[in-house]
Design a protein around this ligand. Structure first.
Ligand SMILES: Nc1ncnc2c1ncn2[C@@H]1O[C@H](COP(=O)(O)OP(=O)(O)OP(=O)(O)O)[C@@H](O)[C@H]1O
Ligand SMILES: [Mg+2]
Length: 255
């Protein structure tokens, strides 16, 4: 993070990366909603869709960005010009692009350019939220390790738990002492989510010697599917619903 290192800490925004290992657990939806929650709290927020293979922030929000991350990687545009304003969500979005190749295929200079763009964005926005997409190949690991906070999404399904644990294990290796926290999504209720976190935290304490706090539990809520179907941000379409309350609590907890 060359830019970040050159910038006084007080002037820096916070980079929060969202990962899961397993696909389809709600990363993209959660990243959008967390970004919107920060914005409603008064922060200037940039959402980066780093899921280049299956970029879908734009699909979930139903907008067609004029530019995307590939323009930044190619050095054609600075991040602030490549980003698009999403008025309803109150956030800026640096779109990914299906077709520009998977993040996993980024190598050498392109990956460095993405890392530089994210570090540079932290000097201009208060919060930079990065949707890393599924899996944890080398480029995603690099971005996760460079973030100030890594949020690992898990559900109570066993495959999600083992994948979330794998993400935590790699992060412990890549960023010793780093800040990784768990978000349990699609929980039946808060208590169930806390049990899921406890199981993961126990494994991390025993085998990784790492304490992994719970960032929060997001309940399963039919309004989420409804908002996505209408390509509308949740906090605009269904403010105050259970999942909205849960994400807003997580945003407050992240400070
Ligand atoms: N809290 C929730 N309550 C109800 N449904 C949810 C919740 N979170 C996510 N979903 C559902 O899960 C689906 C998948 O979400 P999303 O596309 O954000 O997952 P993802 O982890 O980004 O997937 P991928 O790994 O393919 O990128 C959404 O279509 C949404 O309907
Ligand atoms: Mg996604």
């Amino acid at each position: 993070m060359r830019h970040a290192a050159a910038t006084p800490l007080a002037a820096r925004g916070r980079v929060i990366a969202i990962a899961s290992g397993k696909g389809g657990v709600g990363k993209t939806w959660f990243a959008i909603t967390l970004a919107q929650a920060f914005a409603r709290g008064g922060a200037r927020v940039l959402l980066v869709d780093a899921d280049l293979g299956l970029a879908n922030v734009d699909v979930q929000l139903g907008f067609q960005p004029q530019h995307d991350l590939s323009a930044v990687v190619a050095g054609r545009l600075p991040t602030e010009e490549a980003a698009s304003r999403h008025t309803a969500a109150g956030i800026d979005i640096l779109a990914g692009r299906s077709g520009s190749g998977a993040l996993a295929a980024l190598e050498g200079g392109a990956l460095e350019a993405v890392l530089d763009a994210i570090a540079g964005a932290a000097t201009r926005w208060d919060r930079v939220v990065v949707d890393l997409g599924a899996g944890l190949e080398a480029p995603q690991r690099r971005i996760a390790a460079a973030a100030d906070t890594l949020l690992v999404l898990a559900t109570e399904e066993p495959t999600s738990l083992t994948d979330a644990y794998a993400v935590l294990k790699l992060h412990a290796r890549d960023r010793p002492g780093g800040d990784a926290r768990i978000v349990v999504n699609l929980a039946a209720d808060a208590a169930g989510g806390q049990r899921t976190h406890a199981a993961l935290a126990r494994a991390a304490a025993t085998f990784l010697k790492r304490e992994i706090p719970l960032a929060g539990v997001v309940r399963r809520d039919s309004r989420v599917r409804d908002a996505i179907r209408h390509q509308a941000p949740l906090l605009t379409r269904h403010p105050g619903c259970a999942a909205a309350q849960d994400v807003e609590a997580i945003a407050r907890g992240l400070g």
